[in-house]
Design a protein around this ligand. Sequence first.
Ligand code: ZN
Ligand code: ZN
Length: 340
Amino acid sequence: MQKKGLVKLTKSGLYCERGDFFIDPWLPVKKAVLTHAHADHTYRGNQDYLVPEEGKRLSRIRLGDEAVISTRKYGETTDINGVKVSFHPAGHVLGSAQVRVEYKGEIWVISGDYKLMPDATCAPFEYVKCHHFITEATFGLPIYRWQPTEFIFEEINNWWRRNREKEKVSVIFAYSLGKSQRVMNGIDRTIGKIFTHGAVERLTQAYRESGVDLPETKYVGAVENKKEYAGSLIVAPPSAHGSTWLKRFGSHSTGFASGWMIVRGARRQKAVDRGFVLSDHADWTELQTAIRGAEAETVYVTHGFIPELVRWLNENGINAVPLKTNYSEEQEELSADFKK
Ligand SMILES: [Zn+2]
Ligand SMILES: [Zn+2]
């Protein structure tokens, strides 16, 4: 990464020296500008935070009541020590943003995590032109190509319906922030009742309060009679997999909604009955489309298949360099017990 650029990498994270603020820092700093509320981008312990208004409820849950949080709407420009800073939708989860940083005509975009696929639970990705574009590469290999979301939801609906006919409960594992709500929003809510794990319920409530259309759900902890579960769908974080928590549902089928499920071996390793290829990250094609759309002079690749994407970009006439950060896609897509 350029030594003299407006944004540089430090031991605490991406830093804009001119404006004296960090973007998604992983060590405590004075001023943190955050792209979204996933754990590897939103750390506690910073003095003050600037987050997108659309994701403020999620940030509050992650950062706690004590945190000093200011918000800005998408597209609204803020001056931080002479540097212009604005948030632009990243299409990743509710309130996720790309951070645009501008000083004396030099423009940087830190895209955080993003996807281009339509998702009714958040604002669609916006193309922002810049000189320097920092991109993720979670699924930066040609084998990762997503099918249209409607197909995936048809698979999930059919699985739930069939389980219900066989008097089985359907347990779907989905990341608690974003994926769970996307599943609930897209599923056929006429099939049956939906119950949630505690980790999912709280965030789901924050989504509802933010105006996202979600079906009625009931927290598992509030269920008194196990008969209520008959034929229902349970939405739980991946960490619930293999735990005794599942015993209460009796006979059940398990499914996992994750981009990693595209690899057959991943399904077997994770010991789930069904894998549903639903990701909140850009696939191979989307990464290229987003990167080309930025029209940047330099692309910095972080977070995932870095050397593979860097090589492909350079071979295809786009100047790209690797950038080593502390963001980890595993935390988002998989929990520890799902990791190999
Ligand atoms: Zn994320
Ligand atoms: Zn991430």
